[in-house]
Write a protein that binds this ligand. Sequence first.
Ligand code: 8YV
Length: 344
Amino acid sequence: MAEPRPRVWVSQPLFDDTVAQLAAYCEVVATPEVTAHDSASIRARLAGMDGALITLNERVGAAEIANAPDLKVVANVGVGYNNLDIAALSAAGIIATNTPDVLTETTADLGFSLLMAAARRIVESDRWLREGNWGQWSFTTMLGADLHGSTLGILGMGRIGQAIARRGHHGFGMKVLYHNRSRLPQDVEQAVGASYVGFDELLAQADHLVLVLPYTAQNHHLIDAAALAKMKPSATLVNIARGGIVDELALANALASGRLASAGLDVYENEPNVRPELLALRNIVLTPHIGSASLATRRAMVQVAVDNLLAGLGLGPAAGQPANAINGELLAGGNARIIDTKKR
Ligand code: 8YV
């Protein structure tokens, strides 16, 4: 008798035509509407599943996989994976994958958009105009900060950080400084026009600081009141990484008191809830976590995640070799739960 087809759970509505590729190999349990799944619901959905295609909304750790002895792959649609407890997944032999590369340029574009909007007070100007405040043209209306010729600081110099550096250096003639866990090779630094500095120097020198580092327990509230106090009062802060890296209350206080000129946030400590202290401010641009949200890029992300899921299950053209395994050592060491395709 033929083995039953593997079962996969798709946690949110994605792109139907792309997700449909899974149906060639698997029974697909799709989620028809945008849904807030809590831990108990994720645990219930994962029971009996071989794979899952999930987004940053779904946290998956030991509790969520406790009833899922067949689960082999969790394919995250996104490059950041702080929603996954990789240690717990690895201990259970479950492969985790993400979607790097395809979203790099789109996310860098959004970072730059937020930077320009905040520094040149675009959103604030729009609101002010609509509110009927433009009585007469004045020389000093909405004075902002220049991008061209200024110093761009980048915290976290992975793919997206480098793409932002290229924009700043080649596009706007900015001096680009960065800080990262490890220094980039010299040829890469030269190609993106960026120089390495220490963390405190980055804070002190940057006219505009963009956060693009992965969120970990170690960098929770890395940008706190003390860090903000080291920045120039004329500076702009942009966060397109994860909300928890910034102490939002300290940021709101710095913006309200004039200690910091402006900010642009795409990510928040407690999404989708945004602090009232931030909402009340005029000198901040707020977007709802849309870093990778161009149609083409979101489609590409889902395709990569589908490919990763099938490959991790031991199915499809790249069977057994998902391109973006986060805990690839499981495969190398033969410790992954993988479908025995010989039995099919
Ligand atoms: C994704 C993101 O849209 O890739 C990331 O890390 O933050 C966003 O680009 C999000 O993760 C969707 O799950």
